[in-house]
Design a binder for this molecule. Structure first.
Ligand SMILES: [Zn+2]
Length: 685
């Protein structure tokens, strides 16, 4: 090792290392934080509920599938070739950032370790980590593409090279491994790499080191988390520096000319303006959202309220004007970018899965920092719709882009917008990203603070954690996302103090319809914004039940969202619904369907064939259908539509469950029937 005073090596074996058992995001005691996360071991998800069942599916199907694909695509071999010193002789397989697929898969395996790993997963973890250690340069650098293909370009193409992006995923994998007491060999690789970064990258003006940022933000969150783990403040300074250098006109984004297309504007890389100087979301969706997650991490650890406010201002722009009803982001396939305000085309929605995951991560950090319910709302929306629907029922097929309208006869031969979920991608960033999130999802559901515990996303399972004055064991059972009831039983409590148990009341539930009972009797609960708070000296055997209504909601778009004007979207609980071709009569296409939005849309447990056991509630409605066989001209002056004579019975199914049956066409936003184009008009007083 040649890092000298920059070495981070060995820190993780010292007592100062961050607590084992934490979750993906563990702010330090001095961070700005309204709420503290729980660890991955504190919550155990139960089978028989979506979260537990999907996490189990992730363990037994998705993670092994990712491993199989990562190995088969030559990604591990890339590192092996470098380890053997044969880089120049053998072509690199996959994209320039293919190493990150290994690291995300290792991170998923690390989080999964708390529930035990299969032999196949353990074998991959050992093999991949061993290859990484052998491929790593003596100075700590590791990247199979640059070492193997163009060692002369190391750190010389920050625009397209994704080197820091890959570093970020490696550090996150090592953080997960440490917090789950698994894969100790990874700690050494990560510490040597962190030492290399400290030796290479500038931490302050005039220190003579490389001044630059990565074209693809990601390393910012990882550096802060590795700081939280190791206690090495130089890593936090480096993360802060990465945030502060971004968008500075005097900081170049070097390109080698070998890797990327020069047409991309600096805003694509989020390098057009410093974060503090803009109040709008822009550019490549995943890059923007990862960057913002890192901005919040830096802000809370450096107590920089101005920086936190800048990120919240960008959040307000994004969620007020540039977010799909499914929580997805990215309106444009071109540059995978966010697009203009209200530019939210349904049939060309990009909505990359990684952007949804990044949004979930950013909102989680903002929730911890501020305690504001709106961030939990957005986590819930993007989780139950875009994230849940990105993976197939089987757990081995994936959407990369998540459109809201897949047209009949869609030209979906390209993986850019396929008709069905493929098993893998040429750019496979999303599947292992899903795997690492689902492996740690139990860490994102609840928090604690000095007053007690907060439930942000209900689950079924068990909780064991600290509360004021002692420890608590809870058994939680919920009907979410299908019903609004959550039961919490105190299975054990060693605290004699009074403390509060708070549950978020979701925006889709009506406050007046919410009932709270304690041990079977109605109880006085205080409302703290969107949280129902019950305070008492909790005792073993106490039973709290919160019931909220789950009405079918018929949503209309803001008038500026031209692409879906005169359409409605159907939501029940957190779930957005869609119409699939599989449920339409022969000859009726999803493009011919109009819904009667003035009559009630009714939930039903008569779930369409092919979705039983996966969907518990469908929604039925009526409407009418245009006659697709009529000879209507594409453009005409009288605007008449030929209608089918028979009324239309419509079935809506959850968006997350789409694409699991033979036919592919689907739409979320459905035009309203004749004469229903305007919702109630509000006249000024
Ligand atoms: Zn992706």
């Amino acid at each position: 090792m040649e890092q000298g005073s920059n070495a981070v090596s060995g820190t993780l074996s010292k007592a100062s290392a961050g607590a084992v058992g934490g979750g993906p995001v563990q702010p330090t005691p001095t961070a700005i934080a309204s709420l503290q996360p729980l660890g991955v071991r504190d919550v155990t998800l139960a089978p028989g509920h979506e979260l537990g069942d999907w996490q189990r599916r992730n363990s037994v199907r998705t993670l092994p599938h990712c491993i199989e694909q990562v190995v088969a695509s030559g990604t591990v071999r890339n590192l092996e070739i470098v380890a053997l010193g044969r880089g120049g002789e053998v072509a690199h397989q996959g994209l320039v950032f293919s190493d990150s697929d290994i690291y995300k898969t290792l991170e998923a395996a690390a989080w999964d370790n708390v529930r035990g790993l299969s032999a196949g997963v353990t074998g991959f973890v050992e093999e991949a980590t061993s290859v990484m250690a052998r491929a790593q340069r003596p100075d700590g650098y590791i990247n199979s593409w640059f070492q193997g293909q163009h060692p002369e370009l190391v750190w010389r193409d920050l625009r397209w090279g994704h080197e820091l992006y890959c570093v970020g995923h490696l550090l996150q994998a090592a953080t997960a491994a440490h917090r789950t007491s698994s894969n100790p060999s990874l700690a050494g690789v990560a510490e040597r790499l962190a030492g290399h970064l400290l030796a290479t990258f500038s931490s302050e003006d005039g220190d003579g080191r490389l001044v630059g940022v990565c074209g693809h933000p990601e390393v910012e969150t990882a550096l802060v988390e590795f700081y939280r783990l190791t206690g090495d403040a130089r890593l936090l300074a480096l993360a802060k520096r990465q945030v502060e250098l971004r968008g500075r006109p005097d900081v170049a984004l070097p390109a080698s000319g070998l890797l990327g297309d020069p047409r991309f504007p600096l805003s694509y890389f989020l390098h057009h303006l410093p974060v503090r100087q803009r109040s709008y979301a822009t550019g490549h969706a995943v890059r923007e959202l990862y960057l913002q997650a890192g901005v919040v991490d830096v802000a809370v650890e450096t107590a920089d309220t101005e920086l936190l406010a800048a990120s919240e201002a960008i959040w307000e722009d994004l969620f007020a004007t540039k977010t799909y009803v499914t929580g997805a982001h990215g309106s444009r396939h071109r540059d995978e970018s966010i697009g203009d305000a209200y530019e939210l085309p349904s049939d060309r929605a990009y909505g990359e899965t990684c952007a949804a995951i990044a949004s979930f991560q950013w909102n989680w950090r903002l929730l911890l920092a501020t305690g504001r319910a709106r961030y939990a709302e957005e986590m819930e929306r993007v989780f139950w719709n875009t994230i849940a629907g990105a993976v197939s029922r089987e757990g081995t097929e994936f959407f990369y882009s998540n459109t809201l309208h897949l047209r009949t006869g869609h030209d979906g031969t390209d993986e850019d917008a396929p008709r069905h979920r493929p098993t893998w991608y040429r750019c496979p960033c999303c599947p292992p990203n899903l795997a690492r999130l689902m492996a740690s999802i139990q860490a994102y559901l609840m928090t604690r603070d000095a007053s007690g515990l907060q439930v942000h996303m209900p689950f079924s399972g068990a909780l064991s954690t600290e509360v004021p004055g002692g420890n608590i064991d809870l058994a939680v059972r919920t009907g979410h996302p299908w019903e609004g009831t959550t039961d919490i039983e105190v299975a054990g409590c060693s605290s004699g103090e009074r403390w509060d148990l708070s549950l978020r009341s979701p925006e889709w539930a009506r406050k007046e319809g919410t009932r709270v009972t304690l041990n079977g009797a109605p109880v006085e609960a205080s409302w703290e914004g969107s949280y129902i708070r019950v305070g008492r000296r909790w005792r073993t055997g106490d039973h709290l039940q919160v019931s909220c209504s789950t009405p079918v909601r018929v949503l209309r778009p803001h008038w500026r969202v031209d692409a879906v004007r005169d359409c409605v979207a159907v939501q029940r609980g957190p779930l957005v619904y869609c119409v699939e071709a599989d449920d339409l009569a022969a000859g009726v296409a999803v493009e011919d369907v109009f819904v009667d939005a003035t009559h009630s849309l009714e939930p039903t447990d008569a779930v369409p064939g092919g979705l039983q056991g996966y969907v518990k509630v469908a929604i039925v409605a009526s409407g009418e259908a245009a006659d697709s066989l009529s000879a209507a001209e594409l453009y005409n002056e009288d605007g008449t539509t030929q209608w089918r004579a028979e009324p239309l019975a419509l079935t809506f199914v959850p968006y997350f469950a789409r694409g699991n049956r033979p036919r592919d066409a689907m739409r979320v936003w459905v035009p309203v029937q004749r004469g229903q184009s305007e919702a109630q008009t509000t006249e000024p007083d």
